[in-house]
Design a protein around this ligand. Structure first.
Ligand code: BGC
Length: 710
């Protein structure tokens, strides 16, 4: 008999339900606080999992209650939302996606895992892989943007980073891929609203990143709060039980979202908690986070015959198995046993700066407004965000403290020791104008405070706050009126693309600063002063008007594509179809030319790869790193295919005047798509390969291969 079967055979129903329950907790000055419960439950074995308890002291104290006092001594599983770093914060996921660097994506997850595990944690509720094509949705900040292929690459890298090769290692965490699935297309971008999308969109767009995470061995998964075409995801038997467990073979732990089982009552599919608990368990949810529906409701559901003891045992077995895989059954104190060395923490800060630099996207740079010249004497820095430490953290700050983060003011002051930097918050426009009157350059810190993005932070108008726009208007007018106009540079903080066509027109340079984490100010200073060339590329399209949303490069064709000469074509009367900035857009301090695209072999079958080569020349004056994208377009297929599909990317650093041949490789398997019956098909015929700096069709070089059956 295995250790787990032995344990299971000895467990009472309350002990089993304890293993299926996860409760929020914290450590106050007065001692541990267990939400709606007490440490008693841990000691008597009726509470088996905690979220939010952090630190070696508190986690080990809780663990001791479970291990030394409960009858069976089963250790706790303790998790936290370690989303973009733990104490050292990295750029938010949307920002980090802009780096287009799988090694960095993995490295930040590994470092976050090391730091969190040293704090006694064994689980993170990450990665979030929901595709977002709607900037109104605040949780756009937590994911990789609009593209399923990119999302899948990131999902893999994150699972590898958090979990490593051996989940039992004291330095690794169980990852939790979330929120399964199709949370991004909430109705009108409103948080927690229902979702109603096609089966095709589900399979082509929203499921692939989850499939990638499962393929990479993710240990746990969280269903979304939302209702998908009438079935709340927490009770979605067809997707959780049949698709995820049945078809994909996922045998890890499914943990509900916070109180999501209880919310099945408000969704209108459960009459009471017992009903809700039965729906969730029947769908395949193992752990109830914060609804207490399993402990309170499953005994009644058992009595009603709505669930069986065998189902409960299956869920308990999965939870125990996870605890075993995490090494908790062998040594529950392995995480949090050894304090990290200062050198490891310093190295992590250096990584944070490196990733932050690479996440910055230079959206516009007219007349070389950037980089700032080394001779700069007086810089005026405007806006509250320039000196706000908490806002550098972004919306999921895990255990990151409030103060340990570098502001723009601090970063620029360190980078430009010879310059006078005047900083005013901009609330008083007259004072702001006086401060920048004689400055050599004006840097405006604009956009969102950290709490304007993230969970529950949907915005019907994701634009610049009106007071900021008034400041920009006044500053730009004054700067232009000067005998020698001063360049106006805007750093735009946000957890989503903002709708800023006017700002983009007004300023000389526009930088997407997202939320960059602990080293934000230093990383921005590195880019602004030209210490490094910007290299980030936006992982999401920036619309020019909210009415264009959802706007994304992977749209399907229309039978009447936009034609300015033809009235009855697919366009608006009041705005162009084109975005303000396309997916993949991002300038560098170099200038790149693409020539001589070659794709081979001429005929490609399903198991093969398409090799892509292109000459890249830096015609600019500075060394810079270019990101080269490879898309495909299937012009004739049984199901209409998107106008562009991302298949690969490569980064290349080039000195001024240097040319090199960049090579990319596309897996023919990636062009398989769900056919009419949603089963995968590989259709012979022409496949166009399009290569260039972004999803702007006008900038792409193209060539074709023939897809053939082997
Ligand atoms: C969020 C999850 C998160 C959980 C636990 C919920 O409100 O939707 O993403 O993991 O809280 O903090």
């Amino acid at each position: 008999m295995s250790r787990i079967d032995e344990l299971l055979a000895r467990m009472t129903l309350p002990e089993k339900l304890g293993q299926l329950t996860m409760t929020a907790s914290s450590y106050a000055v007065t001692g541990p606080v267990i939400a709606g419960d007490s440490t008693e439950s841990i000691a008597n074995g009726t509470l088996g999992n905690l979220l939010n308890m952090v630190g070696p002291g508190p986690t080990h104290e809780m663990q001791r209650l479970a291990v030394e006092q409960s009858r069976l001594g089963i250790p706790l599983l303790i998790g936290l939302d370690v989303i973009h770093g733990h104490r050292t914060l990295f750029p938010i996921p949307l920002a980090e996606a802009a780096a287009f660097d799988p090694q960095l994506w993995e490295a930040t997850a590994r470092e976050a895992a090391l730091e969190a595990a040293a704090d006694g944690l064994a689980m993170t509720f990450a990665p979030m892989v929901d595709i977002s094509r709607d900037p109104r949705w605040g949780r756009t900040a937590e994911g990789a943007g609009e593209d399923p292929w990119l999302g899948s690459q990131i999902a893999r890298a994150k699972v590898r980073g958090f979990q490593g090769d051996d989940l039992a290692a004291p330095t690794q965490l169980a990852a939790c891929v979330k929120h399964f699935c199709a949370y991004g297309p909430v109705n009108a971008g409103r948080e927690y609203a229902p979702v109603d999308i096609s089966e095709r969109a589900l399979h082509e767009v929203h499921l692939p990143p989850f499939e990638a995470a499962i393929d990479a061995g993710v240990a746990t998964l969280m269903p979304a709060f939302t209702d998908l075409a009438g079935i709340p995801m927490t009770a979605h038997g067809p997707l959780l039980r049949d698709y995820l467990r049945g078809r994909l073979g996922f045998d890890g732990v499914i943990v509900s979202d916070y109180n999501a089982i209880g919310e099945l009552i408000k969704h209108g599919v459960a009459a009471d908690l017992a009903d809700a608990a039965a729906l969730a368990l029947n769908a395949g949810v193992d752990i109830d986070m914060m609804a207490d529906a399993y402990r309170k409701g499953l005994p009644l559901a058992l009595a009603r015959g709505a669930v069986t003891m065998a189902q409960i045992d299956t869920a308990v077995r999965r939870v125990l198995k996870l605890k075993e895989r995490l090494g908790l059954l062998d040594d529950p104190y392995r995480r949090g046993a050894t304090a990290e060395k200062p050198a490891a923490i310093e190295k992590r800060r250096a990584l944070s700066r490196e990733v932050a630099r690479r996440s910055i996207v230079l959206l516009k740079n007219e007349a070389d407004a950037l980089p700032l010249p080394a001779t700069m004497r007086h810089l005026c820095l405007l806006g509250e965000l320039a000196s706000s430490k908490p806002d550098m953290r972004g919306p999921w700050a895990a255990a990151g403290d409030i103060d340990g983060h570098v502001t723009v003011l601090e970063g620029l002051s360190a980078a430009l020791p010879q310059a006078r930097i005047t900083h005013v918050d901009g609330g008083d426009i007259a004072a702001a104008l006086a401060a920048c009157d004689e400055a050599d350059a004006i840097v405006l810190c604009l956009g969102e405070a950290a709490n304007m993005s993230g969970e529950a932070a949907s915005r019907a108008s994701p634009e610049l706050p009106a007071s900021q726009q008034r400041l920009v208007d006044a500053v730009v007018e004054q700067a232009r009126a000067r005998a020698t106009p001063a360049p106006v540079i805007a750093l735009l903080f946000s957890g989503r693309p903002l709708i800023v066509p006017k700002l983009a027109e007004q300023v000389d340079a526009l930088v997407a600063a997202w939320f960059l984490g602990s080293e934000a100010g230093n990383a921005l200073a590195d880019v602004l002063t030209g210490k490094v060339s910007p290299s980030g590329r936006t992982p999401m399209t920036w619309p020019r008007a909210l009415g264009q949303v959802p706007l994304f490069f992977g749209m399907r064709p229309s039978g009447r594509p936009a034609d300015p000469q033809d009235y009855y074509t697919s366009k608006y009367l009041d705005v162009p179809n084109e975005p303000l900035y396309p997916f993949g857009h991002g300038l560098t301090y170099g200038r790149f030319r693409y020539d001589n695209l070659r794709v081979s072999p001429a005929r490609v079958s399903r198991g093969q790869r398409i090799e892509v080569e292109v000459d890249l020349t830096n015609e600019g004056r500075a060394a810079a790193e270019e990101t080269v994208f490879a898309f495909t377009r299937d012009p004739v297929a049984s199901i209409t295919r998107p106008l562009l599909e991302l298949r690969g990317f490569a980064r290349q650093l080039l000195q001024p005047g240097e040319t090199c041949r960049v090579k990319l490789s596309i897996a023919a398997e990636d062009v398989v798509f769900p056919g009419a019956d949603l089963q995968p098909v590989f259709e012979p015929g022409e496949l166009q390969v399009l290569v260039g700096p972004s999803a702007d069709r006008a900038l792409l070089l193209g060539a074709s291969v023939q897809l053939v059956q082997p």
